[in-house]
Design a protein around this ligand. Structure first.
Ligand code: NAP
Length: 295
């Protein structure tokens, strides 16, 4: 918890923002956004709404109560998409939203996850030029990172995803993104180790966008010997930020690779949501500093 100020004033005009998700109580977003409101002296507060309500009830609550903006996480990122009055192009391509703004009584949805990831990477490694990337997983976060990649110079993406009921739909969405951005995106079966080995040999950035490595789902997203075959100059990234260093990042760092965890992405996607709502640029360095002190 971060203490914002003594004698906090909340007026009849204080705007309300929040996170709607389940689970949500663990979220760091209230810290980030409330520090942002303080940074810019904006009369607003950001709260957590731990919710399992129906998507249409969430949308109605935002509209009825005049909630100025929300972030969405599980299980709402896709289910609220059809309830938006307007979708930003990136959200249309990804098929998921993490940010909603209430503008003149209309719900406007966008997705800041992908740009958040690449902005964080560029801040930490300004000279890094990723052109060929390998991404493990084809869920919502992976698709957002893939959609944004073209804006950061990536030309070829090899995606590895389990061949299950969602495979065909992900393949279709990847084709749409590839077509829109005129880039090459190839989807492989996650179990195809030979294809993975081949893809890794030419990659300059490998990203774990699966859930493997989280506190409740520990493990490695690829066999340990394969990590040893990633080129030394290749950056190894994980979208996970809890734990701060997954087993995957630990092994990669130990073999000398530059690494990046998901904390920077968390802060940068929040900064982009903040800007979408308020038009103000969030200074992320002090926020990143506060979060690293807090952990
Ligand atoms: P999601 O939509 O549920 O996608 C999860 C992906 O992981 C799916 O592609 C799933 O495969 C794959 N997966 C799960 N278990 C697997 C296994 N045992 N073997 C192979 N693949 C497996 O979740 P998401 O929202 O994309 O999130 C993915 C990760 O990103 C999570 O760790 C999340 O915490 C992190 N994330 C971080 C940020 C941040 O700001 N740093 C933001 C968003 C998400 P199938 O498709 O085959 O089911």
């Amino acid at each position: 918890m971060i203490v914002l100020e003594e004698n906090v004033m909340i007026s009849g005009y204080t705007a309300l923002y929040g996170l709607v998700a389940h689970p949500a109580h663990h979220s760091l977003s209230p810290m980030i956004h409330n520090l942002g409101f303080k940074q810019h002296q904006i009369d607003a507060r950001y709260l957590v709404f731990e919710s399992q309500a129906r998507p249409q009830d969430v949308a109605r609550a935002i509209l009825t109560l005049g909630v100025a903006g929300v972030n969405l996480s599980m299980p709402y990122k896709q289910s609220l998409v059809p309830l938006m009055d307007e979708l930003m192009p990136t959200a249309q391509l990804v098929g998921a939203i993490n940010t909603v703004a209430l503008r003149s009584g209309k719900l406007v949805g966008t997705n800041t996850d992908g740009d958040g990831f690449w902005r964080a990477l560029q801040k930490r490694y300004p000279n890094l030029a990723s052109q060929q990337i390998v991404i493990l997983g084809g869920g919502g976060a992976a698709l957002a990172v893939i959609e944004a990649a073209a804006r950061y110079g990536v030309v070829t993406i090899q995606v590895f995803k389990r061949q299950n009921t969602t495979y065909a739909a992900v393949e279709q969405r990847l084709a749409k993104i590839a077509n829109h951005h005129s880039m090459s995106i190839v989807l492989h079966n996650y179990a195809d180790e030979q294809a993975l080995q081949q893809a890794l040999s030419t990659a300059d950035c490998v990203i774990n966008a699966t859930n493997i490595g989280m506190v409740n789902t520990p493990g490695l997203p690829m066999a340990a010997p394969l990590i040893g075959q990633i080129p030394m100059t290749c950056l190894v990234a994980d979208l996970i930020y809890a734990p701060r260093q997954t087993a995957f990042l630990q092994l990669a760092a130990r073999s000398g690779h530059p690494t990046q965890n998901g904390l920077g992405m968390l802060v940068e996607q929040a900064a982009l949501s903040f800007q979408f709502w308020t038009g103000q640029v969030l200074q992320t360095d002090p926020i990143y500093h506060a979060l690293t002190k807090e952990f």
